[in-house]
Design a protein around this ligand. Structure first.
Ligand SMILES: [Zn+2]
Length: 331
């Protein structure tokens, strides 16, 4: 099933199936959490289905069944290996071999490459060769939030399909039933997820708002001198680093927005507006911008396996330093 905000892209793809003008390769782009992967799978279901109903897969034929159990011989999924940040040449060689086979029962042999921006240079060059001379019955779907990181020569050989976030009301209508119709929770999740509904849903499943509130309380306690950075780092370390980092970054960006305008049109944490405004009173804009840079750098430190406790302590010590000194305040 496609998502309600993907109708235009769906109609376009259906017209291409009807007129037999499907591109050999397409790139699905757009922000994280708007449903690109979901759409790719819905498209493959429709393409492979033996008896589609109203331009949707029937859900009960052989092809639909094999896709449902991830066992269809004409669909191949490629993504970075668990914990890795690259797609390597061996994966692409395997893909090329697969694409040269005749489809088993589907009209085309389809491969979906997720996080296509993680193709390394050798893999990209190898993929490029197959894009230049694609096997007749093959179709490649590349999915990425960062199309600019793909080789321009790859981009130019693919049809591009753009996905965007729905408007707030549409996102809210979709999300509400999945969070027990809690409108306030759904609104907070969407704000934090920059209106990307699937991202907001993942946040709901991870109790993101509770986790964020707990992180925020300890940050407030740190500001008030009730806790010290070492203790807070030790407690945060038991939680998910990425979520903590995301929350911290979203607070800093919101504080920068609040410095720039008394009524900023958008905040990632509208429910924390007053508390963030109060917290930012003693900090200068320059301090916040520098701190934002520091937070960005810590993602790299974390990737290079520097001791996480030390990384967190460093983040928090620097926070205490900027939030308790007014010497960099500029207005
Ligand atoms: Zn079917």
């Amino acid at each position: 099933m496609i998502l309600p905000w993907q109708q235009d892209q769906w109609q376009n793809m259906m017209q291409r199936i009807a007129s037999n003008k499907m591109a050999h390769a397409v790139i699905y782009t757009g922000p994280e959490g708007v449903g690109k992967t979901n759409f790719a799978h819905a498209f493959v279901h429709r393409l492979f289905c033996k008896q589609p109903v109203n331009n949707q897969a029937c859900g009960c034929c052989d092809a639909c069944h094999l896709l449902k159990i991830n066992h269809h011989p004409d669909l191949k999924l490629i993504a970075p290996a668990e914990g890795k940040q690259i797609i390597n040449i061996d994966q692409i060689r395997e893909l090329i071999e697969y694409q040269n086979l005749t489809p088993h029962s589907a009209p085309k042999k389809v491969a979906i490459i997720e996080h296509a921006e993680m193709l390394n240079i050798n893999a990209s060059n190898s993929l490029l060769k197959t894009l230049e001379e694609p096997p007749a019955s093959s179709m490649l779907i590349l999915i990425t939030h960062y199309p600019d990181r793909l080789l321009p020569t790859i981009r130019s050989r693919c049809q591009r399909v753009e996905f965007t976030s729905p408007n707030f009301q549409q996102a809210l209508t979709w999300l509400m039933p999945q969070v027990n119709n809690d409108e306030s929770l759904a609104s907070s999740l969407l704000a934090l997820a920059n209106n990307a509904p699937l991202k907001a849903l993942t946040y709901a499943e991870n109790n993101m708002i509770d986790q964020r509130n707990n992180f925020f309380k300890s940050l407030q306690a740190l500001n008030q001198g009730k806790l010290n950075p070492v203790t807070v780092a030790a407690s945060w370390l038991k939680q998910d680093f990425d979520i903590m980092h995301y929350c911290m970054t979203s607070w800093i960006i919101d504080m920068i927005r609040l410095k720039a305008s008394s009524e900023p049109p958008m905040l990632a944490n509208p429910d924390l507006k007053q508390a963030l405004r109060k917290m930012s009173e003693s900090i200068g804009l320059r301090g916040l911008l520098n701190y934002y840079e520091t937070l960005n750098k810590t993602v790299e430190w974390k990737r290079s396996n520097i001791n996480a406790q030390m990384v967190l302590e460093d983040i928090l010590i620097q926070w205490v330093r900027i939030s308790r000194h007014r010497n960099d305040v500029i207005t």
